[in-house]
Design a protein. Sequence first.
Length: 870
Amino acid sequence: MATVATLAIPSTTNICVTEDYSPTKKRHTELHDLPTPQEVDIPLPPPSFLPTEILDLDKGTPDHHVPRDPRLLRLTGVHPFNVEPPLTALFNEGFLTSPELFYVRNHGPVPQVRDQDIPEWSVRIEGLVDNPVTLSMRDIVENYDQITAPITLVCAGNRRKEQNTVRKSKGFSWGPSGLSTALFTGPMMADILRSARPRRGAKFVCMEGADRLPNGFYGTSVKLNWALDRNKGIMLAYKMNGEPLTPDHGRPLRVVVPGQIGGRSVKWLTRLIVTDTPSDNWYHVNDNRVLPTMVSPEMSAQDKKWWTDERYAIYDLNVNSATVYPEHEERLDLTTSGELYTAKGYAYAGGGRRITRVELSLDKGKSWRLAEIKYAEDRYREYEGELFGGKVDMWQRETCFCWSFWSLAIPVADLQDSDALLVRAMDDAMSVQPRDMYWSVLGMMNNPWFRVAITKEGNSLIFEHPTHPTKAGGWMEKVKKSGGDLTNGYWGERQQSDEPLEQAPVKEICMKKDGVSRIISLDELKINSSNGEPWFVVDGEVYDGTAFLEGHPGGAISITSSAGLDVSEDFLAIHSETAKAMMPDYHIGTLRPDAIKALKNSTQPTPGERRPTFLQPNAWFKLKLSEKKTVSWDTKIFVFQLEHDTQTLGLPIGQHLMIKLNDPISNEPIIRSYTPISEGNLQGRMELLVKIYHPGTNTPGGRMTMALDRLPLGADVDCKGPTGRFEYLGKGEVLISGKKRPVQSMKMICGGTGITPIFQVLRAVMQDTNDSTSFVVLDGNRLEEDILCRSELEMYAEQHAQRCRVVHTLTQGSESWKGRRGRISETLLQEFAAPEELSMVLICGPPAMEQFAKRTLLAQGWAESDLHFF
Ligand code: MTE
């Protein structure tokens, strides 16, 4: 529990920016370092052992500079870093949480800030102010009154896994540890804003961080009058528990908005903008809202009005509580347990409101017992003086901005007679946690009674929390799996006759078409799928995705990559109810029962099997990322290890493979098609040349390329193939949509990484001394350094001048560039790609380039069947 000790407080604390941020000085809280003018009883920060090592997991990510504690549970894969501490570890640290165990919510990479740059870190205060100013860290630390205050930050997603178990929301799962408490030190935001003199009519203060994300910098707003009200306690902080902020928590400077959801406490603060309307930052608009419960993910995607209605934006936290003891999966031995068991947990409320009661029930909420509440925060009200360089000045402030702890000794015999321990808290506005969950699209502010299920096993009682943040299990999942309706008001339990009205269970969405009775064999499924009709299986039913190839939001590849497969797991995990309701239109039959198992087996690797070639058209297999080689500022070669040293990829020349990995932000699978740059007969590995599309001012960046870039070494990706209508058979023979075709020459038109499939074909011809096919490669890029595979292309052109011509054209070539300039134009196509007998054109590049090439080449006399787009 909260560590209460006698702390020696310094009478004066000299705030020196450079010393405070000294890179070499170890900044663990050393209590004996502090002078002892006065003695008080306040909860101390727990001993802090700030990690200094970069975890292997983080090394290949943009956060390769951030040391972290391995105990934290990663909720969205490796990156971005969204973590909560294990619940018991968090609780056992006491009232204050050490920075290394404090939960983290990062939307993207952590800005890298060097020690020597910190004194010059600046915050601009602008907008509707008479005196716009830019303040440096030095100004902020030296020219304003400093305060130190204990504050609990809570992510609006705390306990979201319970919502996701009932019905998938748009947010990732959090357990009940999405909250932590620290002593924050810095100036009041009110003082900072007043020095910029806000104008009449100003109503909001927008805040912006330095983290560059797919939709711009992170930002949000709060009301200006709150920020100016000292009772609301809004501050700028540069210390946490007396130490400089760690990189994950906003080093060197962040906002802390007590009593409100963590999402308003902007980290890595660079701007405060005073406005008359709420922030229009993408993250303010699209995040941190509780939309009405009947608004489905699709409704919210279709109508922007849901997101701009300020009534649904969350500011104050709601009242909430959770049980820590009994722990999840704790076993109580009745032969040794004694007569009483002390249940313990936490409770908090929002907006400065105080938790005034916590109640526990063992009979489904028919009767309640009052728990004891401890408010460690109150100890600071009694204290007057300075702490870690800030004045502790809470004596007259009535607001409660921290979590409280509850406990209740319960007769073990009562636990034995019960099926669940329920807890609910109430605040001083008499707001009480509800029995039933309020589900909403973003799954935020989840606060129904916290239920710990109790089961008897021999001489023991077993306790189960609703969920585990990162593992399977918890009573909710069990109830759901056994067909219980979690929303029936009784936690999915079937009702006894003496209990109140049972609600009708939620209707499952039927994905089958009435009247479809066709039984489909495994052979039929495979044959049709390989003939270009993308048939796939969900829950034993067969669907034909042909009609949806054009309209699918994930692109045609999301359907073609499922052809011939049982995709139940992926499909059900990511598709919304609206998508499921569309499925009857594509339903064509039922897979023969024996085929369901056979299909599963045919797509699983047999343990111990050494497959000579890696790729399988009807199954995803795993590849391990073993190396990333930098080619240019935005282009890398990703090296993947095959299953064993002598395995080859098995990719015919000119064909592609599909790569699937989970989006680290939404956790949804992304699938893209690639052509490796490595040779098909290379043993043991495969190399992909990838241009990373980083976010720009108005562009969100490429989801797949950014996800690949963030992938740590040693991580797996799923891979399947080959795919593609085109194959180069060698010696002037091409296979296109299954038909052979002779060619004497090929015109190859490409841009950027579009060179990769073209290069595969060109290299195969150049390496075969008996192949006399001739080539022109017309390669468009922006800058000279954007030209990929340049040395190889030029080598071929030099060694085989008779039959290989390479023409580069640049839109932004430097003054020294001697080649062609401008985009791939009509003139260039006329000059280098005019129609010929026994010839064809291969094209691969950005969509606009491909469309232009198609229009122009058709106008110049090529037939549509002569053009192949990779
Ligand atoms: N500030 C920036 N600049 N970028 C972010 O991703 N995340 C917000 C908030 N401030 C975020 C941010 C969210 S949603 C939360 S809950 C808190 O930071 C988490 O603070 P912590 O990571 O220090 O616990």
